[in-house]
Design a protein. Structure first.
Length: 94
């Protein structure tokens, strides 16, 4: 493994650890919130905006690895589910 590949693996491992320890639990909490017909707070929406943009940037790192790319695609689907349901909840209130 050359130095560039080693760095790439390290970056991916770091991203996965960050995701598992911090982002995924919060995303599941947001999913639960919207699934129970509650609204997202401004902080929740800002978090979603951040992770969606971050995932878009990260996707370029995963193109060479089909499993990681598929994983990112599942995240995109989760983000879509959360935002779609959040919008439905907002419309129901107004």
């Amino acid at each position: 493994m050359n130095d560039m590949q080693f760095r790439h693996v390290g970056i991916i491992q770091s991203l996965i650890m960050e995701f598992e320890n911090h982002r995924l639990p919060r995303l599941f909490k947001l999913k639960d919130t919207v699934d129970h017909d509650h609204r997202l707070s401004d902080i929740d929406i800002a978090f979603l905006d951040y992770v969606i943009h971050d995932t878009n940037r990260t996707m370029t790192l995963t193109i060479a690895d089909p499993e990681l790319h598929e994983f990112c695609m599942h995240l995109v689907h989760l983000y879509h589910d959360i935002t779609t349901r959040a919008l439905e909840n907002e419309k129901a209130i107004h």
